[in-house]
Design a protein around this ligand. Structure first.
Ligand SMILES: [Fe+2]
Length: 480
């Protein structure tokens, strides 16, 4: 019944949105003058039941206005309004607060004359939620962006009432204005009609600080620098979510880990889920570099200490789900790691040399390679990948699909159900961590020195042991 109401409410909004097509078309025409909003996104920002963040761009400097269609301005608050030049365009940000939980809203953003419309729905606080997860579109031309968008469109067919869409990073390949515009061309109509939960990938700001931070309006923690990406958290239904940036020198810094532990220990929500870009457990080409191994020894400790249920990541363009792990060992009450396959068209084979070295094969519960080549199981698996996650009280159902390139069929390639008792998570402490057994060494030693010590002291010896297997892979499979 609740889902039926959700769908009816969404359908009504879609009809109203369609009715506004005339004004939307005029806005597109006006865009030629440089005042039409582009790259519009709605993101979680603060309380998901009463607020949302908005970000869009214009070519010319304009006013920054957000309106909820059909409501008097006195019924909500528009705050934290920003309009500033960024990389040759004008970035607009605003947060709308004071909304009603469990409502679908039509909105419009613009300068007061030229508008772009969209819709979103606020959290009703109920313990039944669903979301779509994708990763690694990492495109640089319209055709590749469109393939990624087709994957997301297929996901909406499987979960039309999705509360939000998480994206584990690498939205673009080189993070240029041209690529973000192509991304908008392919994804824009879907992005303005749902709530996004973006995580920053290593391709989302190459060489330019704050690129990613300036593409979305997120309530990032002030305790961690946002130059290379974002760290934030939010509640939705009976779950608590955190998003971690893995773009720094050591993938994650001590200040990030400390923030994450404080954050995750400050919630008593039944489910704890984390999104980030680089994967600790992978059989992809980046699994051999220091990042993955470092995440295995650092980030996973915090997830263990905080009883995190699921960790979604990307970066390695193949689908891999582990069995639940704690302390890099199998533990049925531990964290399940999901390396989301790529939603785009750049896909990686298995790197056989990682097996038994950087990747413990006993940990793997499901592996799907999305391209022809080493490790591929089936032609049905050649295509873009997405996951749907539905939480219904104490049960979480993960389903993973591949949108077949050739046939256009959407094939279920993994289904995984977890149940747990409600009320198990307690608030351990709030505020700054003072009781954890984890140590966060002060950043007295510069991070590049700590990276050098780690890389030469821990990663390199393990890499050297792996070299014969790596050479065998290069010689026999032409895979590095
Ligand atoms: Fe990546």
């Amino acid at each position: 019944m609740k889902n039926f109401k959700k769908i009816i409410s969404i359908l009504l909004c879609v009809i109203m949105l369609a009715a506004s097509v005339t004004s939307f078309a005029s806005a597109e025409d006006a865009g030629k003058t440089g005042t039409a909003p582009t790259r519009l996104s709605v993101t979680v920002n603060g309380d998901t039941s009463t607020s949302r963040g908005f970000c869009w761009y214009t070519a010319e400097q304009t006013e920054t206005k957000v309106e909820i269609i059909g409501l008097p301005a006195s019924a909500y608050t528009v705050e934290d309004v920003i309009c500033q030049e960024w990389e040759g365009n004008w970035m607009h940000k605003a947060v709308v607060t004071g909304l009603t939980p469990g409502m679908s809203y039509l909105y419009r953003v613009g300068d007061g004359q030229t508008w772009k419309e969209g819709m979103f729905r606020t959290d009703d606080g109920n313990d039944k939620i669903g979301f779509i997860n994708i990763a690694d579109v990492q495109a640089s031309n319209l055709d590749s962006f469109q393939k990624g968008a087709n994957t997301l469109a297929a996901a909406f067919k499987k979960l039309p009432a999705a509360d939000f869409v998480s994206n584990c990073g690498d939205f673009t390949n080189d993070s240029t204005n041209e690529e973000w515009d192509l991304y908008d061309q392919a994804f824009g109509d879907m992005n303005r009609g749902c709530t996004l939960v973006p995580a920053s990938g290593n391709h989302d700001g190459l060489g330019v600080d704050y690129w990613f931070t300036n593409m979305f309006n997120l309530d990032t923690t002030e305790s961690v620098e946002t130059k290379t990406g974002v760290n934030y958290s939010f509640d939705y239904g009976n779950a608590h979510f955190a998003v971690i940036n893995t773009n720094d020198l050591l993938s994650v810094s001590n200040s990030q880990l400390k923030w994450l532990e404080n954050d995750m220990n400050s919630t008593d929500k039944d489910w704890k889920i984390v999104f980030f870009h680089k994967s600790p457990y992978t059989l992809g080409k980046d699994g051999k570099w220091p990042d993955a191994l470092y995440l295995q020894k650092s980030l996973t400790k915090v997830l263990d200490a905080c009883n995190v249920d699921f960790a979604f990541s990307g970066h390695d363009h193949q689908y891999l789900r582990t069995k639940p792990l704690t302390g890099n060992k199998l533990n049925e009450n531990g964290t399940t790691y999901v390396l989301s396959g790529t939603a785009g068209s750049k896909r990686y084979e298995v790197r056989p040399f990682l097996q038994g070295h950087f990747m413990n094969m006993d940990f793997i519960d499901r592996l799907v390679i999305q391209r022809e080549g080493y490790g591929n199981e089936s032609p049905d698996h050649i295509g873009g990948c997405f996951e749907t996650v539905e939480i219904n009280g104490t049960t979480l159902t993960l389903k993973t699909y591949i949108l077949n390139d050739e046939t256009g069929d959407t094939n279920l390639v993994d289904e995984y159900v977890v149940t747990k008792a409600a009320g198990e998570n307690k608030i351990t402490f709030t505020g700054d961590n003072t009781t954890s057994e984890l140590e966060y060494k002060a950043n007295i030693v510069p991070s590049f020195l700590r990276l050098a010590v780690y890389a030469f002291g821990e990663w390199l010896p393990k890499f050297i042991i792996m070299v014969p297997a790596l050479l065998d892979s290069v010689i026999n499979h032409d895979i590095f």
